[in-house]
Design a protein around this ligand. Structure first.
Ligand code: U5P
Length: 227
C-alpha cells in the first residue's frame, strides 16, 4: 500500500519525544512489510512558541506561517536523520520537490510547504499526488469524536464517518491563523474530498498497530470515508 503518515508536531515536543523511536520503528516496519511511506511532520509546541513570539512583534500571518513551516522542517530533518538510508536525505520544500523525491523509491519526510495552510494540508496534497491508499493522521486522541474529548466527558468516538460528517464536527472550530489549524485545515478537506482519499485517525500510541490495522486484523481509531 501507499501511505501518508501525518504525525502531530506534539510528538517532537520534549515531553513526548521518547515516542520518536516508536515512530522510527513503525516506519521501518511498514517499509519491511512492503508499504511505500510518505511522512509529514507538524510543528508542535516549538512552532507555536515562535509564532507567539512573532505575534508579539506584530509580524503578519505569512511571516508567522513561515516560522511554523521552518520548525516543521526541523522536525522532519530530525526524523530523517534517525532513518539513515531508508529515507530520502533531503526535506522537500514544495509539492514538486516532494514528487521528484518520491520517485527515488525511498521514504520521503516533509514538513510544511507554503503559508496559508497547516501540515494537514501538506499531508492531503502528498496523499493526492502519490495516490495514497490511506492518509493516516497520528494524533493525541483515539480518533474523531462527536465533540472535543479533552473538553467534554460525553464526547463519543466515531469508528466510521463521512467527510461531510467530519466537516460538520469541525465547523466552528476551523481557524486559518498561524499555529491554530485543526485536525484537517480547509485545504486538506477540499483535497480529501476531490480525490476521495481515505483518512484514518489514530492515537500516536497505537502507531505500532498500524501494520495490523492495514491488514484488517484490528480495528482502531476512526476511518473517514469518501462519499
Ligand atoms: N504552516 C504553513 N504551511 C504549511 C505547513 C505549516 O503555513 O504548509 C504553518 C502554520 O502556521 C502551522 C504551523 O500552524 O506552520 C505549524 O504546522 P502544524 O503543526 O500546525 O501543522
Amino acid at each position: 500500500m501507499k501511505l501518508t503518515l501525518k504525525v502531530s508536531g506534539k510528538f517532537f515536543d520534549e515531553e513526548n519525544s521518547e515516542n520518536l523511536s516508536l515512530l522510527r520503528d513503525v516506519i521501518i516496519d511498514l517499509v519491511n512489510n512492503g508499504h511505500r511511506v510518505a511522512v509529514v511532520t507538524g510543528g508542535g509546541g516549538t512552532a507555536r512558541r515562535y509564532i507567539s513570539m512573532g505575534r508579539k512583534l506584530n509580524l503578519n500571518e505569512s511571516h508567522l506561517d513561515i516560522l511554523g513551516i521552518l520548525v516543521s522542517r526541523l522536525n522532519a530533518q530530525l526524523l530523517l536523520f534517525s532513518l539513515d538510508n531508508i529515507a530520502y536525505p533531503k526535506v522537500p520544500e514544495s509539492i514538486e520537490d516532494f514528487n521528484e523525491r518520491w520517485a527515488s523509491g525511498k521514504v520521503v519526510i516533509t514538513g510544511g510547504f507554503q503559508p496559508g495552510q497547516s501540515t494537514a494540508g501538506v499531508a492531503a496534497l502528498v496523499s493526492e499526488i502519490i495516490n495514497a491508499d490511506y492518509l493516516v493522521l497520528a494524533t493525541n486522541v483515539n480518533g474523531v469524536y462527536t465533540k472535543d474529548p479533552q473538553k467534554f466527558v460525553d464526547a463519543k468516538l466515531l469508528p466510521k464517518l463521512t467527510v461531510s460528517e467530519l466537516k460538520t464536527i469541525l465547523e466552528g472550530s476551523q481557524s486559518v491563523n498561524a499555529g491554530k489549524y485543526e485536525l484537517l485545515d480547509p485545504l486538506a478537506i477540499k483535497i480529501v474530498e476531490r480525490s476521495k482519499i481515505k483518512v484514518l485517525v489514530i492515537n500516536f500510541k497505537d502507531l505500532n498497530k498500524l501494520p495490523n490495522i492495514l491488514k484488517g486484523n484490528e480495528i482502531l481509531g476512526s476511518v473517514v470515508v469518501p462519499e
